[in-house]
Design a protein around this ligand. Structure first.
Ligand SMILES: *Cc1c(COP(=O)(O)O)cnc(C)c1O
Length: 379
């Protein structure tokens, strides 16, 4: 029988499995799942083609059915042409744009809604820069649970249309995801609905572990030298980092953990600034602006963990201009045929800059995550 506890990522305070927790009641930092049952064996990976293939490594019991829309199992596409553009030896794109509702957010929300349903919460609410709202709307519908989404009015139109198409309540707010976050927290408090905001609960991170588990399996349990991840709230990076760590502890791979490279936009780069200043926490970015909507997160709750993930993997972080993001997004599409999101373009632009500046060895083998689909940004 699989068992786990919830452990505060900062002070270590522990709560039992499926406790009705948001943030740590002692220090206000996020909880992470810690498995207390014996280490899962990779021979027990399931013969199914979605992220629940990795159920042995995820917080789900054998007698539970996941809330699943076929998320994960995304292509890992090697492109020698794009490697030449970036100036590295080998480059793969992990294309997350083909997920349900067209972004990697499907991974985390599938895992979080699965646990929320098991706990029998009355409804689900999320603040979003767009894609998390679309994913929650879909998984809420799949679970038969009511959903309310708070999104900035400036969210790309196709994403708002997807949220509405799922028949859930959509509230648009003036401002950014931080403003939407205040509204959702208030609503969650008065309604008793479960707040699935990034890192306010521990299970979205668990779903995002499959970004790394799947990559490892696709590379026959070898790992690249570096992974580049466009970063907003940080759940993607934190999930990957946790999975790389667990895979080593569980004996699934003996490959070195890849350097984690965080890509941000110059108009909203709190993690890049904190790393440069040698800080443990990021200070909120004033007046965040970028057309890569998923990166418009001025005050990420996971700042401490993202900074640790970068430092402990000898990774890096850099920001690029809106113009570079546009150029690189077009470049990915025209060179590979992958309909990249601007966030993916941001990743390519950062990678290219780091190689040019001598911060990343040109002999590296690199995986670039294209976290969403270009189609979500065309109106
Ligand atoms: C949410 C999102 C990101 C940022 O991911 P975080 O886990 O919040 O850092 C990047 N790209 C896209 C397309 C997104 O939707």
């Amino acid at each position: 029988m699989k068992t786990w506890t919830l452990n505060c990522s900062s002070c270590g305070h522990q709560e039992p499995q499926d406790a009705g927790v948001g943030l740590c009641p002692q220090c206000g930092q996020p909880f992470l799942v810690r498995f207390t049952s014996p280490a899962p064996n990779k021979a027990h990976i399931l013969a199914r083609w979605d992220l629940w293939r990795y159920a042995p490594a995820l917080p789900i019991r054998d007698d539970e059915t996941p809330v699943c829309l076929g998320e994960g199992a995304t292509p890992l596409l090697e492109s020698p042409e794009l490697a030449r553009v970036a100036g590295v030896r080998r480059l793969w794109v992990k294309d997350e744009g083909v997920n349900p509702t067209a972004s990697f957010k499907a991974r985390g929300l599938s895992a979080a809604v699965t646990r929320a349903k098991a706990r029998g919460v009355p409804g689900l609410v999320v603040p979003t820069a767009g894609n998390a709202g679309a994913a929650l709307a879909a998984y809420g519908a799949a679970a038969g649970m009511p959903v309310r989404v708070y999104a900035p009015a400036t969210t790309p139109r196709p994403i708002l249309d997807t949220i509405r198409a799922m028949g859930v309540e959509l509230v648009t707010v003036d401002g950014h995801i931080g403003d939407a976050g205040k509204r959702s927290a208030e609503f969650a408090k008065e309604s008793g609905w479960f707040n699935v905001a990034t890192l306010r609960e521990p299970y979205r991170v668990e779903g995002n572990k499959t970004l790394a588990l799947e990559l490892a399996e696709q590379l026959d349990w070898k790992l690249p030298d570096a992974v580049v991840y466009p970063t907003g709230g940080g759940e993607g990076v934190i999930g990957m980092w946790k999975a790389f760590d667990e895979m080593r502890q569980w004996g699934w791979t003996d490959a070195a953990t890849p350097r984690i490279v965080v890509a941000q936009a110059e108009g909203c780069a709190p993690i890049v600034r904190a790393l440069r200043e040698g800080a443990d926490r990021a200070t909120p970015w004033e007046n965040p602006v970028t057309h890569a909507a998923g990166l418009r997160v001025p005050g990420p709750l996971g700042d401490r963990l993202v900074l640790r993930a970068i430092r402990e993997t000898r990774g890096d972080a850099a920001a690029v201009s809106e113009e570079s993001i546009r150029e690189a997004t077009l470049r990915i599409a025209s060179v590979t045929g992958i309909d990249a999101a601007p966030e993916g373009g941001c990743g390519l632009a950062v990678l290219t800059d780091l190689v040019r500046q001598g911060r990343l060895d040109p002999d590296s083998q690199v995986v670039l995550y294209n976290t969403g689909s270009g189609a979500s940004y065309r109106s």
